[in-house]
Design a protein around this ligand. Structure first.
Ligand SMILES: Cc1cc2nc3c(=O)[nH]c(=O)nc-3n(C[C@H](O)[C@H](O)[C@H](O)COP(=O)(O)OP(=O)(O)OC[C@H]3O[C@@H](n4cnc5c(N)ncnc54)[C@H](O)[C@@H]3O)c2cc1C
Length: 424
């Protein structure tokens, strides 16, 4: 195989130079294969460069079951092999060994110490040079065909052949980075279906004008409960929230975008601005404030964790004008309700243009989780965001892309040994 006088351009062709492809190419070459990485952009790894606000939240400090659960029960179980074989600690070692020191930050996130995503990408590209991967940029793959010797790939100006093929062209989110869903059509040619794709990790569009009025305000700790049209709880989170001119952004709302988009009907989002305080305690504190500081406005008596502007807007929306001493029982109940559970109707997110990931993709039951090999076409390996996998904000999407990329690379790079790539 490797190094033999082969009429093919490569033993392994990796299509897509994102996190999954860069990792797959390295592991395939390290396993002894001649690897060709084809990337349609002028440079690979654009999403790595813009990730985490240009700082690249590479992975998470979570591990084991806790890590798996972040992808949901079914998808987390499917990912188990990849995640256990290449957990966050191994990914961190892989990047640190390439000369990029990492550090842990809030919300279990891991970033480069330098704060520069560019350092991560440059290190990964250096690693590819070390193992002799051939990288071709501006090489968009437009078609694929199974041949006797492997695969024939058709580009715009030329074509390529390879014994084995790794497809990792990403999803549909942030199309300006090159993720325009090409992989779904390539996979379909090779016998795969597609689980319906929707934007995920995107800001939520909210119509209420008072939300827009607070644009720019960030709350570090908000309880979020998303309910479907029937009132059934879809997901609960406790994370930062950012008010914007179009609605709500930040980790809390963005984590819920995929759930909103999956539903054909509008959802109801409940915000708890004081998640550490029970409603009865808050109610009691307003009663006590009425006795001791009677002339103050009720808004000014709310806990300090609720910013001044938000308090005023909530009180105004409820039409509360009286002092805290004169607060009617009904107005007190409504004010407590607004702080502990403001309800907002949410119909959609800002869509794929603003979504960090795509939910849906190549069905997991069509891919072997131990090797990433297609169950439809032997010799084809599928990994990264192209698969029906997505995680919340916090480094989980890169973690899944790198871990599945590694398994695909090992399996495609040393096909006879690939049963040992994962865990049994
Ligand atoms: C703004 C933003 C910020 C993010 N921040 C984080 C973060 O901090 N942490 C985190 O974990 N995740 C983050 N993500 C998500 C993360 O970037 C993705 O989940 C991850 O990049 C997926 O990797 P991938 O290799 O599967 O796909 P991609 O990174 O999308 O790579 C796919 C590659 O394939 C190429 N390609 C597509 N079609 C073709 C074709 N026909 N021929 C050749 N090449 C092709 C594309 O140009 C692209 O380079 C962020 C995403 C965005 C958009």
């Amino acid at each position: 195989m490797a190094g033999s006088a082969s009429p093919l351009d490569a033993d392994v062709a990796v299509v897509g130079g994102g996190a999954a492809g860069l990792c797959a190419a390295w592991f395939a070459a390290r396993a002894g294969s001649r690897v060709l990485l084809l990337e349609k952009n002028p440079q690979p790894g654009l999403k790595i460069l813009i990730s985490g606000g240009g700082r690249c939240n590479l992975t998470t400090t979570k591990s084991g079951r806790e890590l798996e659960e972040e992808y949901g029960r079914r998808r987390g179980r499917w990912l188990r092999h990849a995640l256990r074989a290449f957990p966050p600690a191994a990914l961190r070692a892989f990047v640190q060994d390439a000369g990029v020191p990492l550090q842990e930050e809030d919300l279990d996130k891991v970033f480069p110490v330098s704060g520069r995503a560019r350092d991560v990408l440059d290190a990964l590209l250096r690693r590819l040079v070390e193992v002799g991967v051939t990288v071709q940029t501006e090489a968009a793959v437009r078609g694929v065909e199974r041949t006797g010797g492997g695969f024939a790939l058709r580009g715009e100006r030329r074509s390529w052949t390879a014994a084995r093929l790794v497809l990792c062209t990403g999803g549909l989110s942030y199309p300006k980075t090159g993720a325009t869903g090409d992989g779904y059509a390539l996979c379909a040619t090779l016998g795969h279906q597609r689980v319906a794709t929707v934007p995920a990790l995107a800001p939520l569009r909210v119509g209420a004008p008072w939300v827009h009025e607070l644009a720019g305000m960030t709350l570090p700790d908000v309880g979020l409960t998303l309910r479907d049209a029937e009132g059934v709880v879809v997901r609960r989170r406790r994370r930062p929230v950012l008010f914007t001119h179009k609605g709500l952004s930040g980790p809390g709302p963005m984590d819920l975008a995929g759930d909103v988009e999956e539903r054909a009907q509008p959802c109801l989002l409940e915000l708890d601005f004081c998640p550490d305080m029970r409603a009865e305690e808050l109610d009691g504190s307003l009663v006590a404030a009425g006795r001791t500081t009677g002339r103050r406005s009720p808004a000014s008596c709310l806990p300090a964790t609720v910013p001044e502007r938000l308090r005023q807007v909530l009180a105004r929306e409820l039409g509360i004008t009286e002092s805290v001493a004169a607060l009617t029982r009904e107005h007190r109940r409504r004010l407590v309700g607004a702080v502990k559970g403001t309800e907002l109707r949410v119909e959609a997110s800002l869509g794929f243009a603003a979504a960090e990931v795509t939910r849906g993709g190549i069905p997991l039951d069509e891919v072997d989780p131990r090797t990433m090999e297609s169950r439809c076409t032997p010799g084809l390996f599928v990994c990264g965001e192209l698969l029906d996998i997505d995680g919340p904000i916090g480094g989980f999407n890169f973690q899944a892309a790198f871990a599945t990329g590694r398994l695909a690379g090992i399996s495609a790079g040393a096909p006879d040994a690939h049963r040992d790539a994962g865990v049994s």
